[in-house]
Write a protein that binds this ligand. Sequence first.
Ligand SMILES: [Zn+2]
Length: 157
Amino acid sequence: MGIFKLPTTPARSALMSCIRSKDTKPEMHVRRLLHSLGFRYRLHVRSLPGCPDIVLPKLRTVIQVQGCFWHGHSCRDGRVPQTNTEYWTPKLLRNRQRDRSNERKLRRLGWSVHTFWECRVNSTSDTSLKDHLLRILNQASNNSSQKWRAKKKSHSN
Ligand SMILES: [Zn+2]
């Protein structure tokens, strides 16, 4: 006991959240759809707050595919278990707080953050998911070209 003690640092908790949420089935599904739409992305970017699942750097957009249980979705799967509540309640609350704080940090750094819940990914048709992705990413692309135009304009003035 106590031979190997992990340090409790923010870097470690970031790493832990990175490991836990990696390559889940709904995440792989969203990645496949993105790929089929021709978007390129980076995965589990450790240099960003919370190590986001899917990152589209050019569009400054982060897509999070969240498991309903671990991330406390407001659906049936997101309910706290009836047994061991004194263990689960604070644990799941901490997850939610960490998600919110990471999301705030990302937005402050100028990223758009979109959350895809596991239950929705599983119950929505590929066509609707693709439509949703296209809406989000076209919007992001308009925003980034507007910023670029604004920048260019201010330079020429
Ligand atoms: Zn859910």
